[in-house]
Write a new protein. Structure first.
Length: 294
């Protein structure tokens, strides 16, 4: 099909209404404009097409042969558009999934094990989950909501709810736990995602004589924990995220000191979107799961 530039839809509608009513006054009433406005649109259309579309008859305006052909085509086309609009509006609104960004370790260890309960509570809630260990990738402006590691203090334009505290504890395979447990003989397992954890924990626990930088270094917290479970050394874990491993005995805590960070896992979203129904349902479910106040 060869395409061509179509005249103004306003002009086409004015012409079609005039042809159908046989005059501009009733066409103007239908279109909620003045007869002069209809006249101008028809005149512009005639000038663009280079031929008259009406002649004045005894009872008003009569369409020329070209006008009659165009009027019939427009009447059919506008009728089909009106029918299509009615059919489109009769369909249920398309569902857009909620976009949630989440800190990767939290998602795998805490959120995904609870996903079945979310689906059971809200089967109609579609969610697109993106995970990352990079804080810059979890900006609230990029998602409907994010679960990140942050200070829960309020920020302009941003709502923030604390979910789970970050409490670090050492963990290892049961065979390495002793007693006795000698720190000077332990091989430390590090995560590049949290490179300062051992230095902070050892200082807070008052343990001296241990090289906080020595040991094996892994790309992620998950790999460091797998190495610990395999008996390769001692890793630092966020207590809430290793609860299943501790309950099953896969990992144990050889030294009970807990270091609590000033930051925690938080839910963040832009303040202007707080009342959106789907987002509010996800938020309420998440806070209930975390045991946090709504």
């Amino acid at each position: 099909m060869v395409s061509r530039r179509l005249p103004s839809l306003t002009a086409l509608r004015a012409f079609e209404a005039t042809a159908r009513h046989g005059g501009m006054r009733r066409a103007a009433a239908e279109l909620h404009v003045t007869p002069g406005a209809v006249s101008r649109q028809v005149r512009l259309l005639e000038e663009e097409l280079g031929r008259p579309l009406f002649i004045r008859g005894a009872r008003g305006l009569d369409a020329t042969p070209a006008g009659a052909v165009l009027a019939a085509a427009l009447h059919e086309a506008l009728g089909r558009i009106a029918t299509g609009l009615d059919d489109a509006l009769a369909l249920p609104p398309a569902r857009r999934p909620l976009t949630i960004g989440a800190y990767a370790h939290f998602a795998s260890r805490w959120l995904i094990p609870r996903w079945g309960r979310l689906r059971a509570a809200h089967p109609d809630l579609d969610i697109a989950l993106t995970t990352s260990a990079d804080p810059q990738a979890l900006r609230p402006s990029r998602f409907d909501a994010v679960i990140a590691v942050a200070d829960p203090r309020p920020r302009p334009g941003l709502l923030c709810w604390p979910l789970v505290p970050i409490e670090t504890v050492p963990v290892c395979a049961p065979a390495l736990a002793g007693p006795p447990f000698d720190w000077s003989r332990q091989h430390l397992l590090h995560s590049r995602q949290r490179p300062r954890d051992w230095a902070r924990w050892l200082a807070a626990a008052g343990i001296a004589g241990v090289d906080s930088e020595g040991g094996s270094h892994f790309e992620s917290v998950a790999l460091a924990l797998d190495a610990a479970a395999g008996g390769l050394g001692v890793a630092l874990a966020i207590r809430a995220l290793v609860a299943p491993d501790l309950e099953s005995g896969r990992l144990v805590v050889p030294a009970p000191f807990i270091r609590r960070s000033r930051r925690c896992f938080v839910l963040q979203q832009e303040a202007e979107r707080a009342a959106e129904p789907g987002l509010a349902r996800f938020r309420d479910w998440l806070l209930a799961e975390a045991g946090a106040p709504g």
